[in-house]
Design a protein around this ligand. Sequence first.
Ligand code: ADP
Ligand code: MG
Length: 249
Amino acid sequence: MTDIILSLSNIYKSFTQGKTTLNILNGANLEIKKGEIVALIGPSGSGKSTLLYTAGLLDKIDSGEIVIDGKNCNKLSDNAKTKIRLQKMGFVYQQHNLFADFTALENVMLPMLVNGKSKKQAKIEATQKLEKVGLGERINHKPSELSGGEQQRVAIARALANNPALLLADEPTGNLDPYNSESVFENLLNLVKNDGMTAFIATHNPELAKKMDRQIALVEGKLYDIKNADDKAFLKTNPIGKKILDAFK
Ligand code: ADP
Ligand code: MG
């Protein structure tokens, strides 16, 4: 058994549009241990979403190695990747991405049913998840009948549906007003901490990032731990890195 839940080794990923190639990930390395809550920081356009999508097996990498909970994911078929996502990972996007025709309860039940749980059991557990995000009274509402903050809480409950080994969240409160952003974020962090879960959460908000165990900066396609001495030494020499360090003083 390994206590490393996510291992990224030398990840490269580029996008080609016409004659231009953008090298977004340029040899990114990271290890996240069980129970750690890690912030992914970096300015808009630095590649945070790209990194999370590739770590979440939602997008392919050009080269490198991704190991999730001890399983090397490089050569897996699409079906096998889907299975790992379903069983080991939860994903919270910036937009809630809920099914509009389904109630909150049904949205949270869905990944449980796909994973083989009985309808009865899924209903019990989905109700519990919704209670944990403070929506016990709203389980039969459809997304359009909920506020932005509530929709995002449902999305969090859905991401936690199958008790994932790894929660990936991409600016999960980025579309909310400051008050809702803070309360939804606190709720998310508390849930993750109380259940000893492992999470990797992108945010460009330093105040939110400070509440996590580690802060990892994405700069020019590589990852740097802002508290690691060597990494810090590099960040100081880089204009973007310097700005990031200043925000965490
Ligand atoms: P962040 O989440 O940090 O804002 P992204 O990962 O969304 O950054 O994007 C990083 C860069 O990659 C941006 O310049 C973006 O335009 C580009 N990019 C992202 N996805 C694609 C894509 N599918 N095709 C082409 N370019 C993309
Ligand atoms: Mg993004």
